[in-house]
Structures are given as structure tokens and as C-alpha cells.
Design a protein around this ligand. Structure first.
Ligand SMILES: Nc1ncnc2c1ncn2[C@@H]1O[C@H](COP(=O)(O)OP(=O)(O)OP(=O)(O)O)[C@@H](O)[C@H]1O
Ligand SMILES: Cc1ncsc1CCO
Ligand SMILES: [Mg+2]
Length: 262
């Protein structure tokens, strides 16, 4: 992709209102990540209002990390409205293969046709119906193992599918790229994947989902590289990562993005 920076520029210009139904662990981290990136987050999960709010947001992210039945109801209602009103929505199927409850909810959310699905390899494999070795919320497989599952999921559901890990993989079922940005410290800090899903939603607001997803992943990975260079471990990585998300501009993204056709 020639100019991922343009998708960052447009996202910042729009400063989209991103509605997130996420988990207790990610709530604060994700809001700070979205603010640092230049978007406007709102964490709203009550079933009494989630659908209404999805209709006024510019993008929606749905994350099943600490889901329980009232939240699941809110997720399904919000995703339904997003579909009706052409609000792009991104599914983060946290630990979807771990329990029957999650598998069933994952299948129901998949049927509501997310614009983008973003997960680690184990989650994408599980969502695609394959056997998965996920360890709770962490990945148990490499990204390469999940590439065919990602392609099948994209073709079946019409979604852009992003598998993240050491090297990220993104496909719309026809096109596919790998993004080699990132830092080994990123999986050692909780909720960075969840927060990335919100950033993908922000980039997808009013922009072509495949290109927006690729640009968001390169931007996020580049911020991880900068934070890794500026920190000493998981503790100091977190503030350095927020600073890097804020500091990276479109020119820096174009210079640092490592995107290749797959
Ligand atoms: N080993 C690694 N080296 C470089 N970057 C990585 C590595 N593992 C993950 N990343 C990056 O970390 C970010 C989050 O992806 P990851 O796959 O860890 O999400 P996740 O498993 O859903 O995380 P969580 O559920 O804890 O929020 C992505 O930008 C990804 O590229
Ligand atoms: C640790 C954890 N447990 C449920 S959700 C979550 C955040 C990372 O996925
Ligand atoms: Mg995750």
C-alpha cells in the first residue's frame, strides 16, 4: 500500500466518535489509546442505550472479553443498528474458542456481518470453526497458521479479517497483506489488542475497510516499535506507547510502515 499515512490523516481530521462495547480490563487503556491516536472514544454498554448510541457513532467496536448476558444483548442490538445505518463495526472475538457460551455468541455476532474482524491467531481459527489451542485470551498459534482460516472467514462473511501477532495478516478474501511492524513487548501489556480493535474502528470511519485496517495496524505497530526503543519493560512501555501514538504523523507512518503483499 502506497500511502497509509493518508488514512491516519483522514482519521485525525474526522476525529471520529467511536462507540466501544469492550471489557473491564480494556476500558481505560482503550479510551486512552483512542484519544492519543486522535479519535473520540465512548465506552457505552447498557442494553437500554447501546443500540441508540451505535446509531449516532461514526464507528463501533464490539469486544467479548468479559461478556455476560446483558452485555451480549447490548452487543447484538448495537451491531444490528450499525448494520442498518452503515456504521462500520469491528468485532474482537476475545477467547472465542474457550467456552461454549463464547462460541455461540461469536457465531451470532458473525451473523450480523462485522465490517472488520480483528483477533489473534487462536481467535480467528476458533471463529472460523477450526480447532484452536488458544490459552484463554492469549494466542496459542502463529499468525501463519490462521491465514487460511482468515481468508475463509473473509470470503464467507464479507468482512475484512485481521490476524495480529509477530507479523500481522489482513485479508478481504481476495487481497491479502502482511504488516511487519510491532514490538515483542506488546503482548506483555494487557488490552493492547483490544485497544487496537478500537483504533481499527476509528480508521474505518468513512474509509475503505481493507486499506483503513492495514494502515491502522502499521500505525499501531510503528508506535509499538518507538515505545519499545524508549522503554525498559512492560511498565514503562505503556506511557511511551501512548506518547508514540500521539507523536506519529502521516509522513512518519509512510516512512516506517512495513507492509507487503501476501
Ligand atoms: N511478538 C510480537 N512482535 C511484534 N508485535 C507483536 C507481537 N505480538 C503482538 N504484536 C502486536 O501487538 C498488537 C496486539 O496484537 P495481539 O495479537 O497481541 O492482540 P491480542 O492477543 O488480541 O491482545 P489482548 O487480547 O491482550 O488485547 C498488534 O499490533 C500486533 O502486531
Ligand atoms: C486479560 C483479559 N481477560 C479477559 S479480557 C482481557 C483483556 C485482554 O484480552
Ligand atoms: Mg485480544
Amino acid at each position: 500500500m502506497e500511502d497509509p499515512g493518508q488514512y491516519l490523516a483522514m482519521m485525525r481530521q474526522t476525529a471520529p466518535l467511536v462507540h466501544n462495547i469492550t471489557n473491564y480490563v480494556a476500558m481505560n487503556v482503550m479510551a486512552n489509546v483512542l484519544l492519543a491516536a486522535g479519535a473520540s472514544p465512548a465506552m457505552i454498554h447498557a442494553r437500554e442505550e447501546a443500540a441508540e448510541f451505535a446509531g449516532i457513532a461514526q464507528a463501533l467496536s464490539v469486544n467479548i472479553g468479559t461478556v455476560s448476558p446483558p452485555w451480549a444483548e447490548a452487543m447484538e442490538a448495537a451491531a444490528t443498528v450499525a448494520g442498518e445505518k452503515d456504521v462500520p463495526w469491528v468485532l474482537d472475538p476475545v477467547a472465542v474458542g474457550a467456552t461454549g457460551y463464547r462460541r455461540a455468541l461469536g457465531a451470532r455476532l458473525l451473523a450480523l456481518r462485522p465490517t472488520v474482524i480483528r483477533g489473534n491467531a487462536s481467535e480467528i481459527l476458533a471463529l472460523a470453526g477450526a480447532v484452536s489451542a488458544g490459552k484463554g485470551v492469549d494466542a496459542g498459534e502463529s499468525v501463519e497458521t490462521a491465514e487460511n482460516a482468515a481468508r475463509a472467514l473473509a470470503r464467507h462473511g464479507g468482512a475484512v479479517v485481521a490476524v495480529t501477532g509477530a507479523v500481522d495478516f489482513v485479508t478481504d478474501g481476495t487481497r491479502a497483506v502482511r504488516i511487519a511492524n510491532g514490538d515483542a513487548m506488546m503482548p506483555r501489556v494487557t488490552a493492547l489488542g483490544c485497544s487496537l480493535t478500537g483504533v481499527v474502528a476509528a480508521f474505518a470511519a468513512g474509509q475503505s475497510p481493507f486499506e483503513a485496517t492495514v494502515a491502522a495496524l502499521a500505525y499501531y505497530g510503528l508506535a509499538g516499535e518507538r515505545a519499545g526503543a524508549a522503554s525498559e519493560g512492560p511498565g514503562t512501555f505503556q506511557p511511551a506507547f501512548l506518547d508514540a501514538l500521539h507523536a506519529i504523523d502521516p509522513a512518519a507512518l509512510n516512512a516506517g510502515a512495513r507492509i507487503e503483499l501476501a
